[in-house]
Design a protein around this ligand. Sequence first.
Ligand code: ADP
Ligand code: MG
Length: 246
Amino acid sequence: MTDSALPILRLSNIWQKFGGLVANAEVTLDVKRGEILGLIGPNGAGKSTLFNLIAGATSPVEGRIVFDGQDVTRLDAPRRCALGIGRTFQVPRSFDSMSVLDNVVVGAFTRHARARAARAAALDALAFTGLEHRAAVSAGELTPPERRRLEVARALVTEPRLLLLDEVMTGLTPSEARLGVELIRRIRDRGITVIMVEHVMEIVMPLVDRAVVLNLGRILSQGTPGEVVRDPAVIAAYLGDSHRAA
Ligand code: ADP
Ligand code: MG
C-alpha cells in the first residue's frame, strides 16, 4: 500500500557529470503526489539531464532516486517505465514511416501482451491527446505540434503515475499552447503527477502548483510560482529586469 503523504519522487543529492562538465549538482527535491511541478531554468541548466536520470536513461555519478518509496537509482529505463515513470523527449522520437497509431501501439505493449488490447489502449491515448483523426497517417507527416502530442500519447499509454514532459509546448502558437495547457490539466486530473520543463513563463506559471529553478545544474529556488518569480536570486540569474518591472 502506498502512503499518500509520501512524496512520489525523492531526489537526494543528485550529481551528474559529462567529463569535466557538471550538469547536475546537489539536486535534492521532493515531488508531491498529484502536483504539477514546473522545472525551469536557462538553456544548459541541466533540466533534460535530470529527466534522463529520473527516467533511467542514465545513472547519476552520485545520489539517490526513490520512486514511490522504492530506490530506483540503478534500475534501467524499461523497469522504471514498468513501475510508472513515463517521459517525453525534448526532440520527438517517432518512427516516421510507421502510422501514428502503430507508434503508440509500440508503447502500449509495455502494458498489454495482446495486439488487440494494445491497439485499443493506443486508440484511447490518441483520443485523449486529440490525435485520433491522424491515427492512420505516417508519423513523419505530422506537424511539429502534433508530433509533441504523439510523444505525450506514447508516454500516456505506458500508464505512468509520474509523467515527465520535456518542452512539449515549445514552438506552439498561443491557441495550440492553450490546448496544451488544457491537456496537461486533464492528465493531472487522471491522478498523474506531472513534472514539466517549459521555457515560456506565461504558460508555465499559471499552470504549475510549484516551480523549481535550475541554474548551472543546481537548484536556485523553489516554491509557488509567485514565490519563485519574486526571488531576487531568480530575477538576477534568469528572469531579468523586464519581469521585475512586470
Ligand atoms: P537543459 O535541458 O536545461 O537545457 P541539459 O540537461 O540538456 O540542459 O544540459 C546540461 C549541460 O550538460 C549542458 O552544458 C549540456 O551541453 C551538457 N550535456 C547534456 N547531455 C550531455 C551529454 N550526453 N554529453 C555531454 N554533455 C552533455
Ligand atoms: Mg533540455
